[in-house]
Design a protein around this ligand. Structure first.
Ligand SMILES: [Zn+2]
Length: 361
């Protein structure tokens, strides 16, 4: 088998670029999935990364409603184990629990804990939708991402050359009745706590996004990756508008590639071409402690294959029973989307202390 692989890679590297078949299910370069969740040290996972020539950013996140994600420390410990078990191919993103933000010394304590994770190799910090959608002050006001309590934490992240992963707000469908045609239907059906339509007393999406934008603007030295297309999933023009305003903002595609399929193909190609330095390929795939390796490998492989077909070829891609034509992006853009943007926006993601500054000094 090993000899076969070697032979195949020799053929691949000698094949003239123009003669490459467009339907190849994998690229010839190393890819990075800039947003996934792996809390399992199965050797099959490390083998999969090697086999697919893939790296991931493994993201810790506190979600009190999602089993396995309730607490910070066990996730940090596991992410570090996964980092080691994959020989650094699964770089990791730490997080903090904001629920005690009104306690004295909150920011100072969080900075100490985050700095410890940086010492352990964390290259980014995740903040989550509970900020804006759930957490309330003692006097009943919703905690927003532009709250001053986060300022020293964000300053520390910038000073340590780490990246902020901001999952703030949700798809617009969270504020709408359940719709079987929506890509998010099963998520909100299974997670009523996050289905804002059922909680009309909570802030609107517009209010939360405006506070997120103010936070991004107020901290130009912090590199911010807006998770899930920055929660602006329905219209790439909305993302473009923020990119023009905030040079420190990028987005990842985690769990929102179907929304790119739903928009006009030419518009999405124009967006990914114009902003080719600002979008990070990502999936949101999970590999949790009880997941069976064989099924997980199959699922991960098929997701990467479908996504690659969509971005790299003009073949028909099926999603939820509908067919969408692939974008057939040129290789230089694919390389940025699938790898180089993650390297630039998340210094250290390659497992080395590569601090790359780009006008954010
Ligand atoms: Zn995620």
């Amino acid at each position: 088998m090993k000899r076969l692989i070697t032979l195949f890679s020799m053929i691949a590297c000698c094949w003239p670029m123009s003669a490459q078949p467009a339907s190849r299910s994998n690229p010839r370069f190393e890819r990075i999935d800039a947003h996934a969740h792996v809390f399992n040290t199965a050797p099959e996972f490390a083998a999969l990364l090697e086999w697919l020539n893939l790296r991931i950013l493994n993201i810790c996140v506190v979600d009190k409603h999602d089993p396995g994600f309730e607490e910070v420390e066990p996730q940090h410990a596991k992410a570090l184990e996964v980092f080691r078990a994959t020989h650094g191919r699964a770089a990791w993103c730490s997080t903090f629990d904001p629920q005690d933000w009104e306690s004295p010394g909150f920011a100072k304590g969080i900075i100490l804990k985050l700095n410890k994770t940086f010492d352990d190799g964390a290259v980014a910090v995740k903040i989550y939708k509970s900020i804006g959608m759930e957490l309330k002050s003692k006097d009943g006001k919703y905690l927003m991402p532009d709250n001053a309590v986060f300022t020293p934490i964000l300053d520390d992240i910038a000073a340590r050359h780490k990246t902020l992963y901001a999952h703030i707000a949700e798809p617009t469908s969270a504020w709408q009745p359940l719709d079987p045609a929506s890509p998010d239907y099963s998520y909100y059906k299974g997670n009523p706590d996050w289905h804002m339509y059922l909680h009309p007393e909570r802030p609107s999406k517009e209010t939360i996004i405006a506070a997120r934008d103010r936070m991004v603007k107020a901290h130009p030295r912090v590199k911010v990756v807006g998770c899930h297309l920055g929660s602006l999933e329905r219209d790439v023009n909305e993302i473009a508008r923020r990119f023009d305003l905030y040079p420190n903002l990028a987005v990842d595609t985690a769990a929102r590639i179907p929304y790119l399929m739903l928009q006009p193909r030419d518009k999405v190609i124009a967006f990914l071409t114009r902003y080719q330095d600002r979008v990070l390929y990502a999936t949101d795939l999970e590999w949790m402690p009880n997941d069976k390796a064989e099924e997980a490998v199959k699922h991960w492989e098929s997701e990467y294959e479908r996504d690659w077909k969509f971005f790299a070829t003009d073949e028909s891609v099926e999603y939820h029973g509908h067919q969408y034509r692939g974008l057939a992006l040129p290789e230089p853009i694919l390389r940025k989307l699938y790898r180089d943007n993650a390297v630039r926006w998340v210094p250290g993601i390659l497992g080395k202390s590569t601090i790359i500054r780009f006008g954010l000094s």
